[in-house]
Design a protein. Structure first.
Length: 424
């Protein structure tokens, strides 16, 4: 399935299901349970800057937490990528962890929950430890673990560096995870100490912003097309711009010929392709594909950013009952909010090159805009500040009872988008 066509088939919010006719059989087995609480996710990035997985959590007692994570399809996610899940000794003793077991589920234990280690190892489960020491008392515990988690802010740097060195010497097979990494400089520092995985806000922060940086030609072509689309330019003008970049011509034709578009004959011209795709979906496709264009030396990082941006954009689009035109703009706010990080260019330089509405422009520049509360809300949720995010949601008259479902649906949609577009 083509990149744009997947977005096309999934871009509209799913309608609410119609009530079942009287006497109709229950369809519970066909409908997966919906999460009733907000699940927070923290990105886990590996040393190649790939998004290796997430830490999943919710502010709930163990039984309810397990139920919420199962409802959020965390075991399905852990079939392919790391799902780091906090668990206690009591929950393991009661067997509550079993529904979460999957090939890439890693149960996160505090050293005080050491009693759970034998049961987890016997079941073949992977274990991550935090709160441990390098003393003899924890040596056996560490030898049974797969990962060790340290928080960057909990130790002086010199002490932490020595701690990492000793950990590697004594337990060379242990994968080190460092949490609380807030910048790319900190990520590189922890990588030099032997860390394998990194958690924190660094992924969505700019690394080395160059005010004089040039945007590569493919992305400039995309920006020109985006501007023409937003100003309702005539088709010949858009075709002329697309023709300047053979790669762009090829990509648009690929999108148009995707099976989901149902074309009986192959689309062979840009004019046909633009007609098949339509302006709105072409705009979305071009915006998203910017993450995969050019000659970036950070393709794995760009792919990680795309996943975060898609989740953010889809959540913003579907969290409210605003008119569709406003929701389309919120989708773009979510995607464009990471463009400065992606390109290493100041946001002011980027918005000057793009034809955007004043509302989108102002929120991207960090100024007050009608969309500012929405972006702030999603950023708070991504930083595990749920209560503050819910307070903003109330002021926006968003249905708080639906936010958990909307958040999980956005995450799933982004996962499917990444899967279906990986070959493009």
């Amino acid at each position: 399935m083509g990149f744009l066509s997947f977005l096309k088939s999934k871009s509209e919010p799913d309608p609410s299901p119609a009530p079942a006719p009287a006497g109709a059989p229950a369809a519970a087995e066909e409908q997966p349970p919906q999460p009733s609480v907000i699940i927070t996710r923290a990105e886990i990035v590996d040393s190649q800057q790939r998004l290796a997985g997430y830490r999943f959590n919710a502010a709930l007692p163990a039984p309810e937490l397990v139920d919420a994570l199962v409802a959020a399809q965390v075991p399905e996610f852990a079939q392919g990528r790391i799902a780091l899940v906090p668990i206690g000794a009591g929950a393991v003793a009661a067997g509550l962890h079993l529904p979460l077991a999957a090939p890439h589920t890693v149960f996160l234990l505090d050293r005080e929950a050491a009693a759970a280690v034998p049961a987890l190892r016997a079941a073949g489960a992977s274990i991550a430890l935090h709160g441990f020491t390098l003393g003899e008392a924890d040596a056996d515990l560490l030898s049974q673990a797969d990962m060790a988690l340290l928080h960057l802010g909990e130790h002086p740097l010199t002490e932490l560096q020595g701690f990492c060195k000793q950990l590697h010497l004594r337990h060379p097979e242990l994968k080190l995870v460092v949490d609380g990494v807030e910048s790319w400089d900190e990520q590189r520092m922890c990588a030099s100490w032997g860390a394998s995985y990194f958690m924190g806000q660094f992924l969505t922060t700019s690394d080395e912003v160059d005010p004089d940086a040039k945007i590569d030609q493919s992305r400039m072509t995309s920006i020109e097309l985006l501007n023409l689309l937003r100003t309702d330019a005539e088709l010949p003008a858009m075709i002329e711009v697309a023709k300047r970049d053979p790669g762009m011509t090829y990509q648009v034709l690929q999108w148009a010929n995707a099976p989901v578009n149902g074309q009986a004959t192959k689309v062979t011209s840009l004019q046909q392709a633009f007609m098949v795709l339509g302006r709105n979906q072409l705009y979305r496709g071009l915006t998203v594909s910017m993450f995969r264009m050019g000659t970036s030396a950070n393709k794995d990082r760009d792919e990680s950013l795309l996943e975060v941006a898609l989740t953010r954009a889809r959540f913003l689009e579907t969290c409210s009952t605003l008119p569709q035109a406003k929701r389309d703009e919120l989708f773009l706010v979510g995607l464009l909010s990471l463009f400065d990080v992606l390109l290493g260019v100041p946001m002011a330089n980027l918005v000057d090159k793009m034809h955007l509405s004043d509302d989108i422009r102002e929120v991207l520049l960090g100024n007050e805009s009608v969309y500012s509360p929405y972006l702030t809300m999603v950023l708070l949720l991504q930083r595990d500040k749920v209560e503050q995010a819910l307070a903003i949601a109330e002021t926006l008259e968003i249905d708080i009872d639906r936010l958990a479902e909307v958040g999980q649906a956005a995450f799933k949609w982004a996962q499917e988008s990444m899967h279906h577009t990986g070959a493009d």
